[in-house]
Ligand binder design. Structure first.
Ligand SMILES: C[S@@+](CC[C@H](N)C(=O)[O-])C[C@H]1O[C@@H](n2cnc3c(N)ncnc32)[C@H](O)[C@@H]1O
Length: 338
């Protein structure tokens, strides 16, 4: 695997002052991966795409808007837990390096960085995300806010590049926002095994998981009244239009995100409002949609403590702390590599 380190190679925009940026997902690779996935996922049945394609620059911005919606409780609940326990995380992990997978804006993570800095133990922050432009901006902001530390951003896909996580020091990997719920169970087990395999005894994982709760609140969180989640979901069609020369009309698809009781996951769907045919010129493919046909764009699994603990143990990680917000909506687990 070749890595493009922005300051050294100079392709793409250089890293901001004080930021090192390693790029494992080059635009050409991403396009090839998207093509392969679309051939399989859009031309098969049921139609399905990976949620990572939701997060181009506009999608990342829309997700950030979602985190402030009144119905979207996970971000507020996770922040509440971090406000109460960031100091405990710093102390119990003993980490000097914070790695954040799917880091986005790293907004809540600042609570952890502050606690580690206050304890005099923070030396390095590694935000890791697939969304390059957004990550570069976030990393530049963080380097300005924490001038005493190394900010080493990694543009990578956490399904392919966990082996590239920087080593050295005592590391705490944060995986927040309930993003782990976007894996289906088999993918999740594989992800946890691979992540754990790259950790050394004493390294830690701080994992945010959304918990099973009242169906109406779950439904409201993913079907907000202002339609921001709908716009976020439909954004994937704009990505396909741009990257694959598609002619999707995003308004010809309805956003719907029901809770699937059997799988205990929210399923984000785009439902074709009519029978229609879409042309993807780069692939020279027609894709037919029947009226009411579903394209699944994301699942978001909801959890219970025993399940999280068992899945961590299966991957060689020992749950040492389980914190929830006062309402019991969301949980943060601290697990250590055995
Ligand atoms: C649900 S958002 C969470 C953002 C932030 N951690 C939070 O808690 O608000 C998921 C984040 O993971 C990133 N992401 C999604 N799939 C990814 C992948 N396969 N590899 C790396 N990052 C990914 C997205 O770009 C986005 O920033």
């Amino acid at each position: 695997m070749r890595v493009r380190t922005a300051q050294m190679v100079g392709t793409g925009t250089p890293g901001a002052p004080g930021v090192r940026v390693d790029v494992y997902v080059r635009p050409g690779d991403a396009k090839r991966a998207l093509r392969a996935e679309v051939l399989e996922g859009l031309c098969g049945r049921p139609k399905e795409l990976s949620p990572k394609w939701l997060y181009d620059e506009r999608g990342s911005q829309l997700f950030d808007d979602i985190t402030r919606l009144p119905e979207y409780y996970p971000t507020r609940r996770e922040r509440e837990i971090l406000l109460a326990h960031a100091g405990d995380v710093a102390r119990l992990s003993g980490a000097d390096t914070m790695i954040e997978l799917g880091s986005g804006t790293s907004e809540k993570t600042r609570l952890l960085l502050d606690a580690m800095e206050e304890a005099g133990q923070l030396s390095r922050f590694v935000p890791f995300d697939v969304s390059e432009a957004f990550l570069r901006r976030a990393a530049a902001d963080l380097a300005r806010e924490y001038p005493g530390i190394t900010v080493h951003a990694v543009v990578g896909d956490f399904e392919r590049h966990l082996g590239q996580l920087p080593g050295g020091g005592r590391r705490l990997v944060a995986f927040l926002g309930g993003t782990i719920g976007n894996f289906k169970p088999a993918q999740r087990a594989l992800f946890l095994r691979e992540l754990s395999a790259g950790l050394r005894p004493g390294d830690g994982l701080l994992l945010g998981t959304d918990l099973i709760k009242d169906r109406e609140r779950l439904h409201a969180a993913y079907n907000d009244r202002a339609g921001v989640t709908a716009e976020f979901n439909r954004n994937v069609l704009r990505v396909l239009n741009r990257e694959l020369g598609g002619d999707f009309d995003p308004d010809a698809f309805e956003h719907f995100a029901p809770f699937d009781e059997e799988n205990a996951w929210i399923e984000m769907r785009l439902v074709s409002r009519c029978a229609q045919t879409v042309w993807l010129s780069t692939l020279r493919r027609r894709v037919d949609f029947a009226e009411g046909e579903v394209l699944r764009t994301e699942v978001s699994c909801k959890f219970r403590q025993a399940q999280v603990e068992a899945e961590l143990a299966e991957a060689g990680l020992t749950l040492t702390e389980w914190w929830t917000d006062a309402a019991g909506d969301f949980a943060l687990s601290l697990a250590l590599k055995r």
